[in-house]
Design a protein around this ligand. Structure first.
Ligand SMILES: [Zn+2]
Length: 149
C-alpha cells in the first residue's frame, strides 16, 4: 500500500525530476579518494553483474557517507536515503579495503531493495561474510526482486 503510494507519487513528480535525482544515483560525502574508488568498484560490480545503473554524482537524491557507527558490530547502514559506511578500524590497509568493499556491496544491495540472504556466502548475508564479490545468489536475488514488481 505504502509502496503503491510511493510509486504513484514518483509517477506524478517523475517528469520534473532531474536525471540525477534517481534511485541509483548517490552523492558521496566525506569519502577519501581511496574510499570513493572502493565504492565505485562496488557500484561497477553491481552494474556489471546485475545490470543496475549505480553511480555517483553531485546532484543525486541519495547519499553515501563515511561515519563511525555507534555499535562495534555495525559496519554499515542504509536508512532509505543514505548509505553509511564505517571507516576501517583494523589498521591493516588491505583488510580495511576489503571490509569497506564488502560493506559497500552489501549496503548498496539494501539500497537496491534487497533484504538479507540466508546463504552465509552471499554478500547479502547478515553475517558479515566479508565476501568481496557478488555471488550468483546475490545476483539472482536482485533479478527476482525486479521480476516481481
Ligand atoms: Zn544488511
Amino acid at each position: 500500500m505504502v509502496r503503491e503510494l510511493v510509486f504513484a507519487l514518483l509517477a506524478v513528480v517523475g517528469c520534473s525530476m532531474p536525471l540525477e535525482g534517481e534511485r541509483d544515483c548517490f552523492r558521496a560525502r566525506g569519502l577519501s579518494e581511496a574510499q570513493l574508488a572502493v565504492v565505485q568498484e562496488a557500484m561497477d560490480e553491481w552494474n556489471a553483474r546485475a545490470g543496475t545503473e549505480l553511480r555517483t554524482g553531485v546532484d543525486c537524491t541519495y547519499t553515501i557517507v563515511m561515519r563511525d557507527m555507534p555499535k562495534a558490530e555495525r559496519l554499515g547502514e542504509w536508512d532509505g536515503e543514505t548509505v553509511s559506511l564505517r571507516p576501517g578500524t583494523t589498521g591493516i590497509p588491505e583488510a580495511d579495503r576489503d571490509i569497506l568493499r564488502w560493506e559497500a556491496l552489501h549496503e548498496l544491495g539494501h539500497a537496491l531493495g534487497l533484504g538479507h540472504s540466508e546463504q552465509p556466502e552471499d554478500v547479502m548475508s547478515a553475517y558479515h561474510s566479508f565476501q568481496t564479490g557478488l555471488t550468483d545468489g546475490d545476483v539472482a536475488a536482485y533479478r527476482l526482486s525486479r521480476s516481481g514488481s
